[in-house]
Design a protein around this ligand. Structure first.
Ligand code: AGP
Length: 594
């Protein structure tokens, strides 16, 4: 949520900032801006996308600057609320990601002291505090400012009289890129891929003074050393690579994601993870914590762990767990998050840890906040996911949860091995669905005409129905609800008409017969019925209006195939409706506010 970037070095800063902001657009896209410092401060900001602002920019030779892409929290999207924000003198510019909780109180104090504010944002207090404390030593002024701030932040400061960038972080991520006689800053590494592969991840409460020649990191007023690392992602991995949208590219990457996960997990060694920790959890129980799509992954994870590993499992929405009285000291707490930065999930993991739980993070992003909190981390290694709608990261999370269940399995080794054998076939089966993706388009063309749809299933595929509905609503703006098919008669039936299509995910498992009974009851209410079914299922043709086939697969793994179908259904429906697929209305990729 919100992205910040910065550059200091020998090149013109403006094009570098623009390029980096374009790469961060998935973090927010309601307004944007840059501040450049040559001999004087130049500020350019507006509502809308960075490509729009770029058209209005004239050349600027400044060699240092900062930039911001905004997802509004305090104040609507407007030019005044867009970052960077300035102090009264116009010499200090600040970009910020996070939330300053005590901004109102600070603003009142500063106003009483003669400062003037032009925006509704919490951020604007930061440049004014720096101005208040500045008497020739910028570092000291920023230290004093930080001491006044309550909340979360990653911010960058540009000052007309100081040839440095100063950055600080608390609970919001910040990474510094190291170049040859130039340095970069960004909220995440995808913004740096075009410029450098050498990075330093700042840690909690770090403060850094950055020049073109290097970085000095300070924590609690002591100089600290932070290891330089290589970015594990290629430049191409964050480009569309010929696809119309990032989301489509990421859907098509799933055979590789599954293949990579299998390569990593098949030995059951799980990239150095201490499996004993998980096995111990058998006697205690597992607490799964996540939000959004990642939460739906945990709902399947719960079923898998209970079914295969015979472990008692609780899957909790992180934002609810944080305010619940649930006591959890004897559990293994597993936080699942693509970004590793989701504020509710990080908070939930911290809460579980403080209660005495052992903790495990499942995340896609190296050095992310949940991996810093957790005792151990399982990286899903799906590569950068740029589309706001999670796709390949969900599949990668499912693979991690399958592995977790199998590796802590109470099932005999022989059965376990034969399940792993079946998993080896999954990449090809997913590829078959993708090769026939065009067959899904007519169903999407049908769905695109409606305003309400239901996704239903039972058992292992119920979480996939929930995920299908989430994908559909977030990118096509169709009101979609995921439902356990058995629950529909308890109220939802009142809504069923020929104007409410139902998408049913079936699987030849113990839920099949009863699910078909439910679908017949729905069909009797004249709903348009689209089913997702195995290629061997003849029965379904008798009453479904449309059948989308998936390759025959062990029902245990059918969620992985059905996931790809619901993603494609949502994608093509959104495309049919002309929606902004990669950057849906009002959404941001990583939700770093509660
Ligand atoms: C999924 O399409 C959404 N964009 C959203 O629900 C997302 O899954 C959620 O915000 C959690 O994000 P995380 O996995 O990065 O924690």
């Amino acid at each position: 949520m919100c992205g910040i970037v910065g550059y200091i070095g020998y090149r013109e800063a403006q094009p570098i900032l623009v390029d980096s902001l374009e790469k961060l657009e998935y973090r927010g896209y309601d307004s944007c801006g840059i501040a450049l410092c040559g001999s004087t401060m130049i500020l350019r900001k507006d509502v809308g996308r960075i490509t729009e602002l770029e058209k209005r920019l004239s050349r600027c030779e400044a060699h240092r600057g900062i930039g911001h892409i905004r997802w509004a929290t305090h104040g609507k999207p407007s030019q005044a609320n867009a970052h960077p924000h300035l102090d009264c003198t116009g010499k200090i510019a600040v970009v910020h990601n996070g939330v300053i909780i005590n901004f109102q109180q600070l603003r009142e104090q500063l106003t009483a002291e003669g400062h003037h504010f032009y925006s509704d944002t919490d951020t604007e207090v930061i440049p004014h505090l720096i101005e208040k404390y500045y008497s020739g030593d910028l570092e000291q002024a920023v230290y004093h400012t930080i001491a006044d701030l309550v909340g979360s932040f990653a911010f960058a400061v540009l000052h007309e009289e100081n040839d440095v960038l100063i950055v600080a972080r608390k609970e919001s991520p910040l990474v510094i890129g190291i170049g040859d006689k130039e340095s970069f800053i960004a909220s995440d590494v995808s913004a740096l891929l075009n410029h450098t592969s050498r990075v330093i991840y700042l840690e909690e409460n770090d403060f850094a003074v950055i020049t073109g020649n290097g970085v000095r990191v300070v924590n609690q007023r002591h100089k600290v050393w932070r290891k330089e690392r290589e970015i594990p992602w290629s430049v191409e991995s964050a480009q569309k690579g010929g696809y119309e949208h990032f989301m489509l590219k990421e859907i098509y990457e799933q055979p590789t994601v599954v293949q990579n996960a299998l390569r990593e997990y098949l030995s059951l060694s799980g990239n150095g993870l201490n499996i004993d920790m998980i096995k111990n959890a058998r006697t205690r129980g597992v607490l799964l914590l996540a939000c959004g799509t990642s939460y739906y992954a945990t709902l399947l994870g719960k079923q898998l762990l209970e079914k295969i590993a015979k472990v008692p499992v609780w899957a909790e929405v992180a934002s609810e767990f944080n305010y619940s009285e649930m006591v959890s000291e004897r559990f293994l707490a597993v936080a699942v998050s693509q970004s590793g930065e989701t504020s509710d999930t990080v908070k939930a993991l911290k809460k579980a840890k403080s209660m005495g739980c052992m903790t495990l993070a499942i995340t896609n992003v190296l050095e992310s906040s949940i991996s810093r909190v957790a005792d151990q981390t399982l990286y899903t290694r799906a590569g950068p996911e740029i589309g706001v709608a999670a796709t390949k990261s969900f599949t990668a999370q499912l693979m991690a949860l399958y592995w977790l269940a199998l590796s802590s399995s109470a099932v005999e080794m022989q059965i376990c091995q034969s399940l792993l054998q079946e998993m080896r076939l999954l990449p090809d089966k997913i590829q078959q669905i993708l090769d026939n993706a065009e067959r899904i388009i007519p169903c999407s063309q049908l769905l695109a005409q409606f305003e309400h749809v239901f996704f239903v299933s039972r058992g292992l595929n119920f979480p996939i129905a929930l995920e299908g509905a989430l994908k559909m609503k977030e990118i096509s703006y169709i009101h979609a609800e995921g439902y356990a098919a058995g629950e529909t008669k308890h109220g939802t039936f009142a809504l069923l008409t020929p104007k409410t299509p139902v998408i049913a995910i079936t699987s030849p498992d113990n839920t099949y017969d009863v699910l078909l009974t439910n679908l017949r009851e729905m069909k009797a209410r004249d709903v348009p019925l689209i089913t997702i079914a195995s290629e061997n299922d003849q029965e379904i043709d008798k009453f479904a209006d449309e059948v989308i086939r998936i390759p025959d697969v062990n029902p245990l793994f059918s969620p992985l195939l059905n996931t790809v179908v619901v993603q494609l259904l949502a994608y093509y429906t959104a495309r049919e409706r002309g929606c902004s697929i990669d950057m849906p209305r009002n959404l941001a990729k990583s939700v770093t506010v509660e």
